[in-house]
Each structure stands twice: as structure tokens, then as C-alpha cells.
Design a protein. Structure first.
Length: 265
């Protein structure tokens, strides 16, 4: 005999069994998860030759963006995995989906926007010029660089800016160093082989703090440097999720705490 109560119980039981037997992937239909190369992991491409953003100290990988991206990953309930690469290839590798995202004190430029998707800038800074106070005690402004040589890192915005200064007759020459050789540029500055080194301001300040005798001559005017996180252009959900976390960190003080610790604010 048909029993409405028995029929309802049977329907409930069958629904529960069916839900239990659903493949794990179908849960994502109800609760979408972020698409990363390895589930549960945020694979971050960078290079540990760029203090204070990323570098090696006493055998440990540290830096402002190491702490920043670790916090971003944690808030997304992902495990951060930092993968060491080189500046010269990092954006091409990102376009090839070798990472979920990349960092490295990278300025967002129109050309880089054509290659990758980018987060909202988490910092907008400037370019600074480092000089040796002992060798150039009378140098007080950019006019004193006329006819002098400036050291920059290859394929960076400081390289582009220095070339523009040379064309405008504001400096005499530009000496280009591989990205990982900034310490060589600093050594050449100390030895008097170049007059100044140009670098994004947080990095310039770091070298001045760590190297007695160096000082900041000044910041390049009207040349803002928005720094951000790069992504493959096909992964907008991850970009949006990271932007959401960065915005929340700005509101709740999480970003300010990390920036203050690394003295990049």
C-alpha cells in the first residue's frame, strides 16, 4: 500500500545517498574554488635578488613581497609556493602558465599589460637616484649629473627613464647591468666608475640603509611607478580574488603592518 510518509522518507534517503556518492569535482558547482596550477597551492614566480622585495638572508628567503604574498595566499586558503626564476624570463614564463602569479617589485606598464593581467597596484612609488656622499659631497640635484654615467638594471623602467634622461642631455651615459647584478652597480658607484644608480625607491632606500656612505640624491619627478602582481590573462577569477584580498588588507591594516616592517611605505 502506498504510504506518503514512507515515500518521503525513501526520497530523503535516496537524496542523501546520491549526495554522498557525488564526485568531489561536483562540489565546485555549489562552492566555486579558485583555479590554480596545483589545487590548494598558490605558485608564485619571483627572483630572490631584489631586496627588500625578495632576497636571501642567512639562507632564508625573505622580503616584503614574500610576507605580502604569504598573507594573500593564507587569506585565500591556499599554500604559498615561491618559485625562483630570473627577471629576464619571468613575464614570458607567466604567459606560458608556469606560475599562478608573479611578483618582484614589478612596475605595471602599458607594454606589460598587453602581455599579462595585473592586480590593482598595491603600491605606487617612484624611482630614486643613489649617489656616494663621500665621492660627490657637492652633488645636490639632478643638474649635477649632466655629463655623468648612471647605472641601471636591464629591461626595467629605470633603464627606460635613464635612456630618456640621456636623450634629453640630462646625463652623459647609461651603464646597464643584468638584473641580478645590482650589487655590482653599487660597487662601481663606490669605486667612482659611475656617478649614480637608479632604482625603484624602496630598493634604493634599502641599499642606502645597508651601505654606509650612500645617500639618495632625489626622486625622479612625474614618473610614478605602480607595483602589482602579474597573472595569466585567462585567469580573471584569481585576479579578482587577489584584488579582493589586497583591498581588505588595506582596510584592516594587514598591508600597513607588513609595509611598516619592511620600511617600504
Amino acid at each position: 500500500m502506498y504510504s506518503p510518509r514512507r515515500h518521503l522518507l525513501r526520497q530523503t534517503y535516496c537524496a542523501a545517498v546520491a549526495a554522498a556518492l557525488l564526485p568531489l569535482g561536483s562540489v565546485a558547482l555549489a562552492e566555486p574554488t579558485l583555479r590554480t596550477l596545483t589545487p590548494g597551492v598558490l605558485r608564485i614566480g619571483t627572483y630572490f635578488t631584489n631586496p627588500p622585495f625578495e632576497y636571501v638572508s642567512e639562507g632564508e628567503k625573505v622580503g616584503f613581497e614574500v610576507d605580502l604574498m604569504s598573507e594573500v595566499a593564507s587569506r585565500l586558503e591556499l599554500q604559498p609556493q615561491f618559485v625562483d626564476t630570473r627577471w629576464e624570463v619571468i613575464m614570458e614564463e607567466m604567459a606560458e602558465r608556469r606560475f599562478d602569479c608573479i611578483v618582484g617589485g614589478i612596475t605595471i606598464t602599458p607594454g606589460r599589460r598587453r602581455l599579462l593581467a595585473w592586480s590593482a597596484p598595491f603600491m605606487t612609488t617612484t624611482l630614486s637616484l643613489i649617489v656616494d656622499a663621500a665621492r660627490s659631497p657637492g652633488m645636490t640635484g639632478f643638474a649635477d649629473l649632466k655629463g655623468r654615467t648612471i647605472g641601471v638594471q636591464a629591461a626595467t623602467t629605470d633603464d627606460t627613464t635613464a635612456v630618456a634622461m640621456r636623450r634629453a642631455g640630462k646625463i652623459g651615459n647609461v651603464r646597464v647591468y643584468q638584473f641580478s647584478q645590482l650589487t655590482e652597480a653599487i660597487a662601481d658607484l663606490r669605486a667612482g666608475r659611475i656617478a649614480a644608480v637608479m632604482k625603484v625607491s624602496p630598493a634604493a632606500s634599502w641599499f642606502v640603509r645597508k651601505t654606509p656612505g650612500l645617500r639618495i640624491l632625489g626622486q625622479i619627478p612625474d614618473d610614478p611607478q605602480p607595483l602589482g602582481i602579474g597573472f595569466n590573462r585567462a585567469n580573471s577569477p584569481l585576479v579578482n580574488a587577489v584584488d579582493g584580498v589586497l583591498a581588505k588588507m588595506q582596510r584592516d591594516g594587514g598591508y600597513a603592518t607588513i609595509a611598516k616592517h619592511w620600511r617600504v611605505s
